[in-house]
Design a protein around this ligand. Structure first.
Ligand SMILES: [Zn+2]
Length: 124
């Protein structure tokens, strides 16, 4: 029998997805993670929105997801240097650690302050 409907593909796949997304672990209320970074070269702030459901790369143990990892290349719009953020998450997509090269992590407040100081930011 050659059923080609998506639900009919090779058993196991759906099972796996169900385990990945169902799993009993409650999802965070907000699927977005906001990163605020500042370019170490020119000091420009950059805001990056990470979709915790789509942007993370799963890391597998024997057959289960042990955690997630995210590599994000970030570029500010002033000097256009590339920054690279690496984040590590546990299997519930909770952040465990973050590192960045070419810039530094700042808080949202710091980012907003820096944005306000931008000479070419139009106040709305
Ligand atoms: Zn820069």
């Amino acid at each position: 029998m050659d059923c080609v409907c998506p639900a009919g593909v090779e058993g196991g796949g759906m099972d796996f997805l169900r385990r990945l997304f169902g799993g009993g672990a409650r999802r965070p209320a907000d699927d977005a993670l906001h990163l605020y970074v500042r370019c170490s070269h020119c000091g420009a702030p950059v805001h990056v929105r990470i979709n915790l459901r789509n942007d993370l790369l799963a890391e597998y143990g024997d057959d289960l997801v042990e955690g997630y990892r995210l590599s994000k290349e970030i570029m500010d719009d002033r000097c256009f240097r590339l920054m690279r953020a690496e984040l590590v998450f546990d299997c519930n997509r909770r952040e465990l650690e973050r590192t960045i090269t070419g810039g530094e992590f700042i808080t949202r407040e710091e980012s907003e302050q820096l944005t306000r100081q931008e000479p070419n930011t139009r106040p709305d």
